[in-house]
Design a protein. Structure first.
Length: 264
């Protein structure tokens, strides 16, 4: 697969970027979670490149690009990263595919630029996380106690319901981040409240949840589906929190069943 990496500076000065593949067709914009990098979408970039233009956004503060001021790591900043990357690639309208934090970013984008979104695929995400601040505080405390991101990644990866083959990739992607940026990203990920946004979403939405996801379990996905007028739900079997990487074959099959009637 020919994946091109691009570097983009967002309007607020933060460095972002993307991995992209595919030269024609409708655009799919992929957004990763707080513990991942854009490379988590490589299987999808490869598998959809023949029919779609794929763009996996590298959110600010991921270690693979220069770290921003942690004060710039916000949900609004992440949404700005997506738009900056899309604009740099000449993508006006797109289907947003977001996992965990990526789903939160999808809702933030809908607040700002609904006219640019054709459809959404929301994976292992939530409109409001239960006991959000307490949960975020617990994750941040564990990262501080671990002392460095590799030690924290080894501990955190064991909590994600991962297939054994995915442990190394998960640890490496999490370990490349700085502690300061991860703390800011954690705060941004878990503390939003988009429940009032969901009923306004009037594009098709597919909500997916990994069968073994204990971080964002099924009831959080069902709450999204119940609040969006044109949303459907499916379980990704044999997958945990990052379902697109845990079981890419099942994930891609569900996406393909959803996309053609909307975008082909």
């Amino acid at each position: 697969m020919n994946v091109e990496t691009i570097r983009v500076v967002a309007p607020d000065g933060a460095v972002t970027g993307a991995r992209r593949a595919g030269t024609s067709g409708p655009a799919l914009v992929f957004v990763h979670g707080v513990g991942s990098t854009a490379a988590i979408w490589d299987a999808q970039l490869e598998n959809f490149a023949g029919d779609y233009r794929g763009l996996a956004v590298e959110l600010r503060g991921n270690g693979v690009l220069p770290d921003p001021d942690p004060a710039l790591i916000t949900r609004e900043g992440f949404a700005g990263d997506v738009l900056a990357a899309a604009d740099a690639c000449g993508i006006d309208r797109f289907t947003l595919v977001g996992c965990s934090l990526g789903g939160v970013v999808a809702f933030e984008l809908w607040k700002r630029v609904p006219q640019r979104i054709d459809a959404m695929v929301i994976v292992g995400s939530f409109a409001r996380y239960p006991h959000a601040q307490a949960y975020a505080d617990g994750v941040k405390a564990a990262a501080r106690e671990a002392g460095d991101m590799r030690a924290f990644a080894e501990m955190r990866a064991a909590q994600l319901g991962l297939p054994p083959a995915r442990m190394h990739e998960t640890i490496e992607q999490m370990a490349c981040k700085s502690v300061a940026c991860y703390l800011a990203s954690t705060q941004a990920t878990w503390t939003g409240d988009y429940r009032d946004v969901l009923p306004t979403i009037d594009v098709p939405v597919l909500v997916l949840c990994g069968e073994h996801d204990t971080v964002a379990p099924r009831d959080l996905s069902e709450a999204i589906v119940n609040a969006i007028p044109d949303a459907t739900f499916a379980t990704v079997e044999s997958a945990g929190h990052v379902a697109n990487a845990d079981n890419p074959v099942a994930f891609d099959d569900l996406m393909r069943a959803f996309l053609p009637t909307r975008l082909s």
